[in-house]
Ligand binder design. Structure first.
Ligand SMILES: O=C(O)CCC(=O)C(=O)O
Ligand SMILES: [Fe+2]
Length: 313
């Protein structure tokens, strides 16, 4: 008996052709995006605009960052839980992450760079800013495709002006003999959308609706575009964020990156176009950052679906 092939995620290419909003390609790609998000909560984007040079530069910059002493890295604190330095956590001992808030703005990246390298590091600053901007463009294309397809482009336009991006650089050390290889425990993201990118060492796994885990292969031009909890509320439950985890195997440490979108200074509410007799309202308007704070309370951590617990109708 032959074994079944390993399941894979839908793969969608983003090239010069389908990035033109009025082209036929744009609308067929948009349909693929919506279908993938509805079925899997995520997909693999092959992003032609992202070069191998950028891939190598950003991961070299990340290595340089993690090579700094821990007492320097822990200075990266944030008012928002998990947006600053996270490391040496007993339940995820292999994991270390550093968040750069407002990563698509020069002020955001400069503030982070100057904190970590008081005598400056222009190269890091330029590379992190370039990376965040180019990956944020992919997020904006996906969001535009999604919102046009659902007939809620106006609602997205209103949110777009309030979107802020967090770039998180992540390193997983290898597991010692007595440790499990759990790099990050199964979770859904608290973001609106997340775009994940990995170097060489695989480890990211995504749970499907039929409860199997898909391993995502690392490729220099591929990104996982994934819905977060806030997107589920905005789409009135049409798109569900997928559970995902990282399993560390082998003898090589793993570097990955996440660009996460969040909505600031404006409540997220379900557009009225997505509410009707067949789709009754499921979520009340909510503040995205207050939701993140809620998630880190005992009640938030205990709940099986934090966004429903926070603002479900
Ligand atoms: O390291 C990865 O590939 C995934 C990281 C992740 O899931 C997260 O930061 O929320
Ligand atoms: Fe995640």
């Amino acid at each position: 008996m032959g074994s079944l092939p390993n399941p894979t995620l839908p793969m969608i290419q983003f090239s010069d052709q389908n990035l033109q909003p009025d082209s036929n390609c744009w609308s067929s790609t948009a349909k693929d995006v919506v279908r993938a998000l509805e079925n899997y909560g995520c997909f693999v984007a092959i992003y032609d605009k992202f070069s191998l040079d950028m891939h190598e530069n950003i991961f070299r910059a990340s290595e340089e960052l993690f090579d700094l002493p821990t007492d320097v890295k822990i200075q990266n604190v944030s008012d928002t839980p998990s947006h600053g330095y996270v490391g040496q956590e007993p339940i995820i001992p292999l994991y270390e992450g550093l968040g750069i808030e407002n990563a698509t703005t020069r002020e955001g990246v400069e503030k982070f760079t100057n904190l970590l390298w008081p005598s400056g590091n222009d190269r890091f600053c330029e590379i992190a800013l370039e990376y965040s901007k180019i990956v944020a463009e992919l997020d904006q294309v996906v969001m535009r495709m999604l919102s046009e397809n659902y007939g809620i482009a106006e609602s997205y336009k209103a949110l777009f002006g309030s979107t802020s991006y967090l770039l998180r650089m992540i390193k997983y050390r290898t597991a010692e003999k007595h440790e499990s290889g759990m790099g990050i425990i199964p979770h859904t993201d608290k973001s609106f959308m997340s775009i994940l990118h990995q170097r060489r060492v695989k480890g990211l796994e995504i749970k499907t609706k039929d409860d199997s885990w898909i391993v995502v292969d690392p490729l220099p031009s591929s990104f996982v575009v994934m819905a977060g909890d806030a997107c589920m509320a905005w789409t009135n439950g049409r798109i569900e964020p997928p559970k995902h985890r990282v399993i560390m195997e082998g003898s090589e440490e793993r570097y990955s990156l996440g660009l996460f979108s969040f909505i600031k200074d404006q409540k997220i509410q379900v557009p009225e176009e997505l509410v009707d007799d067949d789709h009754p309202l499921q979520f009340k308007p909510f503040d995205h950052y207050k939701f993140i704070h809620f998630y880190y309370t005992d009640e938030g951590k205990r709940s099986t679906c934090p966004i429903k617990a926070y603002c479900g109708v």
